[in-house]
Design a binder for this molecule. Structure first.
Ligand code: NDP
Length: 340
């Protein structure tokens, strides 16, 4: 009997934090490629914070999922049957198959993966979309200079870990913010940041200030909320703030004290000549993606750029791992090993 393909669909729109019941595992027949199509068997699935936004019925930079749709996601997949002139059986590709074991493709949006360049799972993390987010945001907006101080939160994850290492390569001081002692030890000793501060500590704002005696010149914003509030008073004149993500508010607005902070924030932006610029990684792809692959690929190959992956076994574990990542229970880039 032919094996069934499996997929995970959005079963219900989450109210606040996603629950396991917001996802449903389904079995379908393995499809057969028609002319000009390939059959893909997924090896690795990337779980990323942006997927939370797609689960809501809200206008954003990408269209929301409908209930019943397969969850979106980028994967490393193997071509197991091909009727497409550009792809042969056995090719490895980056694809946007979503959370499933098998998919058909006409080739649009596929790109070949060279396993000689780096371990293929890195193409979903440090050498993939999250890594390029760090690279593009730092190169175009952050622009760290020697001796400056760069601060980033979610510092043990794929975006933050590369932000700090790029700061060091530029001759700047790198201060990471992470949740818990174990992650902080990795950020400082494993990744080579100058300091790492636990945002769960009661005296977090004071500790951050102590770790940044000369203020902050680049704050790479991954989180928002209480971390942004602690960073804002420390920003130097002409500081740059690439706004990459606001994960503290993806499950809904964090509990506030009712104060409208926008007027005070705008005053700081004006009086300290701050550059605050949001971006989506692909804004920078045409100009900078080739440099990213070459530079960061070389750093991975010679060991000078370090990274950590949090590999989860089996497609059925994806919902639990995704929910855990939004809560900070991951330790490194979350990747689901779907099959090899
Ligand atoms: P990570 O693998 O680092 O996982 C998310 C981490 O966020 C958690 O592990 C947790 O780390 C931290 N976190 C979650 N909630 C909070 C909170 N309330 N306060 C502080 N920290 C929190 O994620 P990525 O590296 O993949 O993504 C990091 C950010 O970059 C996200 O905001 C994401 O949306 C954004 N991004 C933006 C892109 C763009 O194109 N603009 C593309 C890719 C990512 P800890 O336990 O250390 O607190």
């Amino acid at each position: 009997m032919a094996m069934a393909a499996r997929q995970i669909v959005l079963a219900a729109r989450p109210k606040g934090k996603p629950q396991l019941t917001d996802f449903r595992l389904e079995e379908t027949a393995i499809p057969t490629p028609a002319a000009e199509q390939v059959l893909l068997e997924v090896q690795y699935l990337s779980l990323d914070p942006y997927m939370r936004g797609r689960m809501d019925d809200r206008k954003s930079y990408a269209k929301p999922l409908q209930v019943g749709d397969v969850m979106v996601g980028e994967t490393v997949a193997k071509v197991t049957a091909s009727k497409h002139p550009r792809y042969a059986e056995g090719d490895l590709v980056l694809a946007h198959t979503g959370w499933r074991t098998h998919a058909l493709s006409e080739g649009a949006g596929l790109s070949k993966v060279d396993p000689a360049l780096a371990p293929v799972s890195t193409r979903l993390g440090v050498l993939g979309m999250p890594g390029f987010t760090a690279y593009g945001g730092m190169r175009v907006i952050g622009k760290p200079k020697p001796g400056e101080t760069v601060v980033v939160a979610a510092a043990s994850g794929p975006v933050g870990s590369l932000v700090g290492q790029l700061a060091k390569i530029a001759g700047a001081r790198a201060v990471g913010i992470a949740g818990g002692a174990e992650k902080c030890a990795f950020v400082k000793n494993g990744l080579g940041f100058d300091a790492a501060i636990n945002h769960r500590g009661a005296d977090f704002p004071a500790q951050l200030a102590a770790a940044c005696p000369n203020g902050i010149d680049v704050y790479f914003e991954n989180v928002g909320g209480a971390i942004w509030q602690a960073v804002l008073p420390l920003l130097n004149k002409f500081a740059r703030v690439p706004v990459s993500g606001l994960i503290a508010q993806y499950n809904g607005p964090p509990p506030g004290d009712g104060t409208d902070r926008l007027p005070a924030t705008m005053r700081e932006i004006l009086s300290r000549s701050l550059t605050v610029r949001g971006f989506i990684n692909y804004d920078f792809a045409a100009e900078h993606y080739a440099d990213f692959l070459r530079e960061v690929g070389a750093g991975i190959a010679d060991g000078s750029i370090r990274y950590r992956e949090d590999i989860v076994e089996g497609l059925e574990k994806a919902p639990e791992a995704f929910i855990g990542m939004l809560d900070g229970r991951n330790f490194g880039k979350v990747i689901v090993r779907v099959g090899i």
